[in-house]
Design a protein around this ligand. Structure first.
Ligand code: COA
Length: 134
């Protein structure tokens, strides 16, 4: 697909119930944790008094990226390949690895924007994937 001459934005959004994330963490244990999150994400979430909303927000971010791809997860990307990292001000960013990075490159995606929020009961993420010139 040729890159567009002006930027095109593709949105993705997801909402996760913290209680469902808590039970996934409990039922799935370390295996679920290691399949869904990178070591740095696990360390970040566990550095907070209540890690669950942080895990839920990152899970939402991965699903939101999958929606922005338009493909969902599976062949296009694995959960762990979509990583949430932070800049010096604490703002979250998307970092892709492996097949997820290849999917983004094949779609001509040049940048992502990510925002997270969480409350006691819910966590949400919204993503914009940008195609074309930055
Ligand atoms: C950043 C801020 C907007 C977060 O809003 P909030 O209502 O407290 O919390 P929310 O649940 O909506 O959002 C939390 C998420 O905001 C994101 N965030 C943090 N800093 C950010 C920044 N500078 N820019 C964009 N997003 C940011 C993070 O992803 C965080 O979630 P995470 O810790 O799981 O990664 C708010 O704390 C703020 O305005 N801070 C100003 C700077 C400040 O005072 N920092 C604290 C120094 S002690």
């Amino acid at each position: 697909m040729p890159p567009p001459s002006s930027p095109e934005l593709f949105p993705g959004i997801d909402l996760v119930e913290n209680a469902r994330m808590a039970s996934a963490l409990e039922r799935g244990g370390e295996a679920f944790l290691r399949r869904a999150f990178t070591e740095a994400e696990v360390a970040y979430c566990r550095s907070h008094r209540d890690p669950v909303p942080r895990f839920a927000a990152r899970f939402a971010a991965k699903e939101a990226v999958a929606k922005a791809f338009g493909t969902g997860l599976g062949e296009a990307a694995a959960f762990r390949e979509i990583e949430v990292v932070h800049d010096a001000r604490g703002a979250p960013h998307v970092q892709l690895h492996g097949q997820a990075a290849a999917t983004a490159a094949a779609q001509g995606i040049t940048a992502f924007r990510l925002s997270l929020t969480h409350t006691q009961h819910y966590a949400a993420a919204m993503v914009l994937a940008q195609r074309g010139p930055a």
